[in-house]
Design a protein around this ligand. Structure first.
Ligand SMILES: C[S@@+](CC[C@H](N)C(=O)[O-])C[C@H]1O[C@@H](n2cnc3c(N)ncnc32)[C@H](O)[C@@H]1O
Length: 317
């Protein structure tokens, strides 16, 4: 599958260039604004001085003139503007804000990349520059901080309600929160490993033996365009009657906005060799699917009609 984006290196260079240009342009604009305000205040001061001199010369018995030292009172418009802009000299907080905006943009670009390429391409991309994985996760955590409930916590609760002896595989584990929160043996997989407990791989090819785990978890991780191959891998490593838990962003299954039909998705997973046990649509942000691997292996797998899962594009904040 060819990724819809420009070649990776070009994107990186473009992004770095854009970052620098945007910061420079905004600083220049801000300086220009500041010096225009200062020169307006300067000329207003000069005008007032000249007026005062004229007044003193023409008045035989001049009253003492009140000289206003308060520049803001001299130029109420500038004062109002400055109040609404905040202190012009506070450039470090301004730069921090700019950096936050740019890293938000960088996160959205990486997120879109993950949804529009294959797992293999994503693995190569992050292996070329592992710092991009940290940028992605910083942005992802920021987005999650606005969600009222996290799907990973629902899955953690589900596991705590079941036997701790169940062996779990967490596909696309992120910061491995699930493994850190339960007593179960958890194999955590992701593209990059920043933690010794995380196995770095494309989850279409995990190093686990066939029929070796009791629960396979996909928490917001069906990202690649080849997502059916991840589910195929989960089917391979699950024991018969093993659980498959999938949490996905709700909008990806909203057929009114171009999302997949959840029934079609469920049917495709069942055709792969699972039984649908439950679905949970109660959460505002995500939906949960609970499947069990069929006891009987399907001898000849038929062609499965997988629905397309549209990318989840996060809002600018
Ligand atoms: C949206 S994050 C969710 C992380 C975690 N499951 C959670 O709920 O917090 C999706 C994760 O899946 C990983 N991922 C996506 N495609 C992958 C692939 N082909 N192989 C391994 N990990 C993948 C991403 O790197 C990312 O860490």
């Amino acid at each position: 599958m060819i990724c819809s984006m420009a070649p990776d290196e070009a994107i990186d260079n473009l992004f770095a260039l854009q970052d620098e240009r945007i910061i420079k342009a905004v600083i220049k604009k801000k300086k220009k604004k500041k010096s225009a305000t200062e020169s307006r205040m300067e000329s207003s001061k000069k005008r007032k001085g000249a007026k005062r001199r004229r007044h003193t010369a023409s008045n035989e018995n001049p009253k003492p003139e009140r000289v206003n030292e308060n520049k803001e009172e001299q130029n109420p418009k500038a004062s109002k503007r400055r109040k609404s802009q905040g202190p012009v000299s506070n450039s470090s907080s301004f730069l921090d804000k700019m950096k936050a905006k740019l890293s938000g943009g960088h996160f959205r670009m990486l997120n879109e990349k993950l949804y529009t390429c294959t797992g293999e391409e994503a693995l190569e991309y992050f292996n070329d520059d592992p710092t991009l994985f940290d940028t992605y996760h910083a942005g992802y955590q920021e987005q999650m901080s606005h969600w009222p409930e996290l799907p990973v916590n629902i899955i953690i609760k589900w596991l705590k309600d079941h036997s701790p002896s169940l062996v779990v595989a967490d596909f696309g584990c992120g910061d491995a929160r699930l493994a850190k929160s339960v007593k179960n043996k958890v194999f955590s997989f992701d593209l990059i490993s920043n933690d010794p407990s995380v196995i770095s791989c494309d989850m279409a090819n995990t190093p686990l033996c066939s029929s070796s785990v009791d629960v396979a978890v996909f928490c917001l991780s069906l990202m690649g365009t080849n997502f059916p191959s991840y589910l195929n891998e989960a089917h391979r490593i699950l024991k018969p009657r093993g659980w498959l838990l999938i949490a996905e962003v709700k909008s990806r299954f909203d057929s009114n906005t171009g999302g997949a039909d959840p029934k079609k998705f469920t049917k495709a997973v069942c055709d792969l060799g699972f039984t649908s046990v439950a679905k949970d649509f109660s959460n505002k942000m995500f939906i949960l699917f609970y499947f069990k691997k069929k006891e009987e292996q399907i001898s000849k797998k038929k062609d499965i009609d997988w629905p397309e899962l549209k990318p989840c594009l996060y809002k600018r904040r």
